[in-house]
Write a protein that binds this ligand. Structure first.
Ligand code: ADP
Length: 323
């Protein structure tokens, strides 16, 4: 193998730069030329690729986001779009592709590999919803950002006897909300895996109030049916339901822009290296992830269209700790 390409796709995740760096430097160490594709699959279709040497990926590991750019690209969902991408790769003599991204992006990897092209995916999403990896690049940073916000909001919540709803990202997966909730000592966690009605949420906050707590912190996953907006609307229509004066803070994309934690940089370095090793071993159509602290590959066919289930024992832990 002489020439490969790497791209980042879908939602950006802190640590993606460290993964690109690892792919480039592992490739070069193995005598392979590495090209970077700009803006995910869109850049593949538009033939936007740049040669990367060791120095081009210097001083980027500590930065959030992705220096190659990312995009959502509906055209890649069509066979014509993917064929155009393959034509550009062939014209440049690029023999394999590394895709750093989440669930949707790895479905794209799978579709491309089904067309006979060697592709290896790297598990990277702040949602941690990918099968095939215990944890994905960006999750640790996202939890830490959420945690910092919770810690700060707790200070003002306690001063004013308030209930704060903090909504965190994670799409349909409650992982980030649950972990940040446990680490932040939240009174409640509202996640899609354990939906709750506004009445149930209000009841639990009121119980905390009646136990004498001077504040209540509720971490809400954006994917919950009753998200922060719905809950705060309910509380506004039912004053007194919680005992506290409720407020909502939606963290949104703030969680994505942070500097990657040490844990995310290490994971990204290991998975990036693992992706190139997998290609050198002749693997294709696989996702590189981490399980029990070992770098492993899982066939993309086994993970596409799935969402990794949440360990609900952690939900029980969050509930018990809040008493
Ligand atoms: P993420 O990778 O963060 O989950 P998305 O779900 O938005 O992000 O997917 C990113 C991109 O992956 C899409 O814009 C599209 O280009 C590609 N993709 C997603 N699903 C498919 C599919 N079924 N077939 C081909 N490409 C896909």
């Amino acid at each position: 193998m002489q020439r490969i390409a790497v791209l980042t796709s879908g939602g950006d995740a802190p640590g993606m730069n460290a993964a690109i760096r690892a792919v480039v430097r592992t490739g070069i160490a193995a005598g392979i030329e590495v090209y970077g594709v700009r803006n995910g699959y869109a850049g593949l279709i538009a033939d936007e690729m740049i040669y990367l040497d060791r120095r081009d990926v210097g001083n980027i590991m500590q930065l959030g986001g992705t220096f190659l750019g990312s995009a959502r690209c509906p055209e890649f969902m069509t066979i014509e779009g993917r064929q155009r991408a393959l034509d550009h790769l062939a014209a440049r003599g690029i023999e394999a592709l590394v895709v750093i991204g989440g669930n949707g992006s790895q479905t794209g990897s799978y579709e491309l590999s089904q067309m006979g092209y060697p592709v290896v995916g790297v598990a990277s999403t702040i949602d941690n919803d990918l099968e095939g990896s215990d944890i994905t690049i960006g999750v640790d940073t996202a939890i830490n950002v959420a945690l910092e916000a919770i810690d700060r909001l707790k200070v003002t919540a306690a001063s004013h006897r308030r209930a704060f709803l903090v909504e965190v990202m994670g799409r349909k997966c409650g992982y980030v909300a649950l972990m940040a909730g446990i680490a932040g000592g939240a009174e409640m966690v509202v996640i899609p895996e354990r939906e709750m009605s506004p009445e149930q949420v209000a009841h639990q906050i009121k119980a905390a109030y009646d136990r004498g707590k001077n504040h209540a912190m509720v971490v809400v996953a954006e994917g919950a049916v009753n998200n922060a907006k719905k809950l705060i609307d309910y509380f506004a229509a039912n004053p007194g339901a919680t005992g506290f004066s409720p407020r909502a803070t939606i963290l949104g994309h703030v969680q994505r822009g942070a500097l990657p934690t040490a844990s995310d940089r290490l994971l990204a370095s290991r998975l990036g290296e693992g992706a190139v090793r997998a290609l050198l071993d002749g693997k294709s159509g696989v996702l590189v992830g981490i399980r029990d602290d070992q770098i492993v590959t899982t066939p993309l066919a086994e993970i596409v269209g799935k969402q990794k289930p949440l360990d609900l024992r952690l939900f029980d832990l969050a509930q018990m700790m809040a008493q």
